[in-house]
Design a protein around this ligand. Structure first.
Ligand SMILES: CC(C)(COP(=O)(O)OP(=O)(O)OC[C@H]1O[C@@H](n2cnc3c(N)ncnc32)[C@H](O)[C@@H]1OP(=O)(O)O)[C@@H](O)C(=O)NCCC(=O)NCCS
Length: 374
């Protein structure tokens, strides 16, 4: 069975070539198309990074302006999509909402010829936040919100729809930076799922639907929500330390820690941690940040496990007033760029992805008629 101890979940196995991203070179680094994640987080906007991933170059000023304008024109949702979103139960998980939203959009605006892939990528990047917040606002406030806001950025669009007002620049920029950090990560589980689906020559929407399904689990994107559930349980660093020690004693996993590829640290954590501290100070928080630090310390002291991108992302999103169940969907709104880049790269030099398995079942069995079976 794939993922058992013998095959080790394909750990360390190269499953193909990519020119998009490096992860964990020397245990810690992350680059997108050759650019260091710290340079991108410090200097770029999310749309610039999206363009870099999907077009294989940084945009010049006029290319970026045109891209931003284009994304703004693609935010609207067809009525049929809105109807489906309204029918999805209020207690559904928003990852399931996005999975269904992309699927219905694929029926209404099918990709058709692969030459349309660039348009589909832009369309999904522009309208995933619209789907998410349309559903959220409809089911929480009973409001049919206008998803075509005038904000220039994906982060501004998201926060504007969520809070029904333009965000502060600190919050917009912070969300923008988390989108940059989440945008791409080589052959992670959801991207690999997208590439496997793409490898059959299936359509763009199917690949993204599969990727969303893979991202949903707590061992992958779902970890940011699980991290939030953990830190909000504790009211002091001491309580957090004791609680995590008890969980480790019970051999429970602490979500938001560890990584398959990084061995010494996750470079995205330093950026998230700094933003979490800034927002904690802004909010006058005396609990969540120090609790998070205590969990980070005990995990390192006890297990030499470091916080990954999801751990401090949890408090960052919480401080911006984002409900926990929207954390993993935000990851989708960002990672769509990496998935799109990989779908296009896979198609450019496609071969069906179909690995072999080591059979560990019984030898050849004699057929037993149904009435003679015990
Ligand atoms: C990311 C992750 C799935 C990588 O998994 P992996 O490479 O298959 O490593 P394993 O799950 O086999 O872990 C190896 C060992 O470290 C331990 N470990 C790894 N992550 C751990 C965590 N977050 N908490 C406690 N123990 C952990 C495992 O229990 C295992 O111990 P063992 O050898 O005594 O059985 C894993 O670290 C994890 O589950 N982390 C929590 C979920 C998470 O944050 N996911 C987001 C990743 S960006």
């Amino acid at each position: 069975m794939a993922g058992n101890k013998k095959t080790g979940g394909l750990a360390g196995v190269s499953a193909g070539e990519t020119a998009i991203c490096t992860v964990g070179k020397e245990g810690a680094g992350l680059t997108y198309r050759g650019y260091d994640i710290y340079d991108l987080a410090d200097n770029a906007g999310f749309e610039e990074v999206a363009y870099l991933l999907m077009h294989d170059k940084l945009p010049n000023r006029s290319e970026l302006d045109a891209f931003i304008t284009r994304l703004k024109t693609l935010r609207g949702l067809p009525d049929q999509v809105k109807q489906v979103l309204e029918m999805i139960p209020a207690d559904s998980h928003p990852m399931d909402v996005l999975r269904s939203g992309v699927s219905i959009l694929g029926n209404i605006e099918p990709e058709g010829d692969f030459k349309n892939q660039g348009h589909v990528a832009d369309r999904l990047l522009a309208c995933l936040p619209s789907m998410l917040l349309y559903w959220h606002c409809f089911h929480t406030d009973g409001k049919r919100i206008d998803v075509e806001t005038d904000d220039d950025s994906v982060s501004g669009h998201f926060l504007d729809m969520l809070h029904d007002k333009a965000p502060s620049e600190l919050h917009r920029k912070t969300l923008d930076t988390t989108l940059i950090l989440y945008a791409e990560h080589e052959f992670n589980a959801s991207t690999f799922a997208a590439r496997v689906i793409t490898g059959t020559l299936s359509d763009f929407h199917s690949a993204v639907v599969g990727a969303i399904g893979a991202l949903r689990g707590p061992l992958h994107g779902g970890a940011n929500e699980a991290a939030m559930e953990l830190i909000k349980k504790y009211s002091s660093p001491e309580e957090a330390t004791d609680g995590v020690l008890a969980m480790l004693e019970r051999k429970e996993k602490i979500m938001g820690f560890g990584h398959r590829v990084y061995t010494t640290s996750d470079p995205r954590n330093a950026v998230n941690k700094k933003m979490s501290k800034a927002l904690s100070d802004e909010a006058g928080d005396t609990q969540l940040y120090v609790v998070s630090e205590a969990v980070e310390k005990v995990m390192w002291d006890e297990k030499k496990l470091f916080a990954n991108a999801d751990f401090f992302a949890a408090s960052v999103y919480h401080f911006m007033g984002i409900p926990t169940y929207l954390f993993t969907p935000i990851f989708v709104c960002s990672r769509i760029t990496g998935w799109a880049a990989h779908i296009m790269e896979q198609r450019a030099d496609n071969r069906l992805i179909r690995p072999a398995a080591d059979y560990i079942g019984p030898g050849l069995q004699a057929w037993v008629p149904i009435d003679e079976r015990g």
